[in-house]
Write a protein that binds this ligand. Structure first.
Ligand code: HEM
Length: 123
C-alpha cells in the first residue's frame, strides 16, 4: 500500500521537530548528544522520504504539480540543512537563520504532505 511507505519518514520528521525544540531549549553551546540526534533524525527522514517518493514515482505518472511540490520540499530541506549548519558554526545564532529554520519545516511539511496525498490518490 502506497500510504504505508510514508509512515516511517513521517515518524522521523516528527521526532526531528521534537529534537529541534530540545536543541533550541538547551541553547548554545549546543548539547552534542541532542544536536547529533537532531541532525541524524533529519538525515534519516530525508533519506527515507526520498526512497518512498522515488519508489512511488517509478510506477506512477506524476502530475506536474507533484513535481513542483517535490522541488519545493527539496528546497526546504536545503534551507534547513544550510541554516542548521550556519547556526551550529556561529558563536551566536543569527535571528535570520533561526527564522528561516523555523519557517522551512512548515513549507517542507506542507509541500511533502500535499505531494504524498496527490501521489496516493493517483496510485
Ligand atoms: C528536516 C530537517 C530539519 C527540521 C524539520 C528541523 C527543525 C527544527 C526545529 C523545529 C527547531 C526548533 C526551532 C525553534 O526553536 O522554534 C530546530 C532547531 C535547530 N536545528 Fe533543526 N531541523 C532540521 C534539520 C537540521 C539540521 C540538518 C541541522 C544542522 C546541520 C539543524 C540544526 C538546528 C539547530 C542548531 C537548532 C537550534 C537553533 C537555536 O539555537 O534555537 N537542523 N530545528
Amino acid at each position: 500500500m502506497t500510504a504505508s511507505k510514508f509512515i516511517l519518514p513521517i515518524i522521523l520528521f516528527v521526532l526531528t521537530l521534537a529534537a529541534g525544540f530540545w536543541v533550541s531549549k538547551t541553547g548554545k553551546p549546543y548539547n552534542t548528544g541532542t544536536f547529533t540526534l537532531h541532525k541524524l533524525l533529519a538525515l534519516a527522514a530525508v533519506v527515507f522520504v526520498t526512497i518512498a517518493i522515488t519508489d512511488v514515482l517509478k510506477t506512477t505518472h506524476a502530475q506536474p504539480l507533484v513535481i513542483v511540490l517535490v522541488v519545493l520540499a527539496g528546497l526546504s530541506v536545503i534551507a534547513l540543512f544550510g541554516t542548521g549548519a550556519l547556526m551550529s558554526i556561529q558563536k551566536t545564532v543569527s535571528s535570520i537563520w533561526l527564522f528561516v529554520h523555523r519557517v522551512a519545516p512548515f513549507l517542507l511539511a506542507g509541500s511533502s504532505i500535499s505531494a504524498i496525498l496527490l501521489l496516493i490518490k493517483t496510485v
